[in-house]
Design a protein around this ligand. Structure first.
Ligand SMILES: [Zn+2]
Length: 392
């Protein structure tokens, strides 16, 4: 097959290359693809983890609108996890092992027919039946959102030919699939998904040399991909973006002990999910609400977010779906142990979007067709690049 003979003359390819956690502050002082991508700016992130940020990139909407935020939310009636309770009798030495939890998560996700990202993390089996999960569907597919359209709904409706990575696959496989689509398929738009920067930054922190090594790897791979694309298309418009940055962890907080010291019973008086950077509470009675609120007001490593603040962040949900009270830790502090993990880690995100380490980045080889301030604007950028109308 002679690919180079069929240059798509006069044709344009727009590519969005998503690199998870490639924050503005991560890039600071680093020359990542500066020659290729002279247009560089920071983007304000969305409050929450990737489970909130990526849906906002794919829809242009806030969590309140698309209904994707932290994975687990209290809902006993709709919980698909009630059958997990007997697993709480298994020895902790076994079930607290990361590999075992991964395996159980995979089986549970498959049995329940989830196509979205699903991990039980360290959520106790004993209480799993209290919770529902907000990413049951593959958000990179049409119809994947809990509410509203994503970019892929629009691309299909407007008959735009495109390639999107399979997020289940690793970076090498995604690069290869994207290259194949550029060579062989008649596409106008490509969305390349690269996720392993996030894991590395969690493990080693943004200051590490290993981040430079990883960036050099991306540079190599992306230069190759771009040169392939330029052999095929007259015009290749490239946008590298991220969902959030990464703060360096300085302090572990034993948040659960603060709450468990109160004369209240989990499940009877209150329900809580302890994410890495926030604790989310639902109250079964006024006494629990008063005692927990009072306790939280005494803690000096974070603060309870007010209703107006959550509203301004687009994270005020109907029926307080993701928590009646959200306590957010200051950047650099993490909850250990949490329902996300038992051990501490070097980097974390999921802090207030006002903090500089939360900022995402956008790098491009052309000036952007729409003004960009927030990661939600990446959706509008993709829409403009593919000539699609503003959705209702
Ligand atoms: Zn992460």
């Amino acid at each position: 097959m002679n690919n180079s003979a069929k240059k798509k003359s006069g044709e344009t390819l727009s590519m969005v290359i998503f690199i998870d956690a490639l924050g503005w502050e991560v890039l600071k002082g680093r020359k990542f693809l500066e020659d290729e991508m002279p247009h560089r700016q920071k983007l304000r992130s969305v409050f929450g983890f990737s489970s909130a940020c990526v849906p906002s990139i794919l829809t242009g909407r806030t969590p309140r609108e698309h209904l994707h935020w932290s994975y687990f939310f209290y809902n006993k009636e709709t919980s698909p996890f009630r059958a997990l309770k007997p697993l709480s009798w298994l020895p902790k030495a076994l079930t607290e092992r990361g590999r075992v939890r991964h395996l159980i998560s995979r089986v549970v996700g498959r049995v329940l027919g989830f196509t979205g990202y699903f991990q039980l993390y360290n959520l106790p089996f004993k209480h799993a039946g209290l919770f529902d999960h907000c990413e049951k569907n593959d958000i990179f597919k049409p119809g994947g959102m809990n509410r509203g359209d994503n970019i892929f709904d629009l691309l299909e409706r407007n008959k735009v030919s495109y390639h999107v990575s399979d997020w289940h696959d690793g970076e090498e496989a995604n690069l290869q699939a994207c290259e194949q689509a550029i060579l062989n398929d008649d596409i106008e738009f490509a969305f390349l998904y690269m996720a392993s920067m996030d894991g590395l930054l969690h493990q080693v922190g943004k200051e590490s040399d290993q981040v430079d090594t990883k960036l050099a790897w991306y540079e190599d791979k992306l230069r190759d991909l771009l040169s392939t694309a330029r052999e095929q298309f007259d015009d290749v418009r490239v946008f590298i973006c991220s969902d959030h940055g990464m703060a360096t962890v300085k302090q572990d907080i034993d948040m659960m002990s603060h709450i468990q010291a109160l004369p209240l019973e989990y499940g009877k008086d209150y329900v809580a999910v302890y994410d890495s950077t926030m604790a989310r509470f639902w109250f079964k009675n006024d006494l629990a609400k008063t005692m927990i609120s009072e306790k939280l007001s005494q803690l000096d490593f974070g603060k309870t977010l007010s209703k107006p603040e959550l509203e301004a962040l687009g994270c005020d949900f109907e029926g307080d779906q993701f928590g009646e009270l959200i306590f957010l830790l200051d950047p650099g502090s993490i909850i250990v142990p949490s329902h996300m993990g038992l051990k501490t880690i070097t980097g974390m995100h999921g802090y207030h979007p006002d903090h500089e380490d939360s900022d995402a980045a956008l790098l491009s080889n052309v000036s952007t067709p729409v003004p960009l301030e927030s990661i939600t604007d990446i959706f509008h950028l993709m829409r403009a690049e593919t000539g699609m109308p503003v959705p209702a």
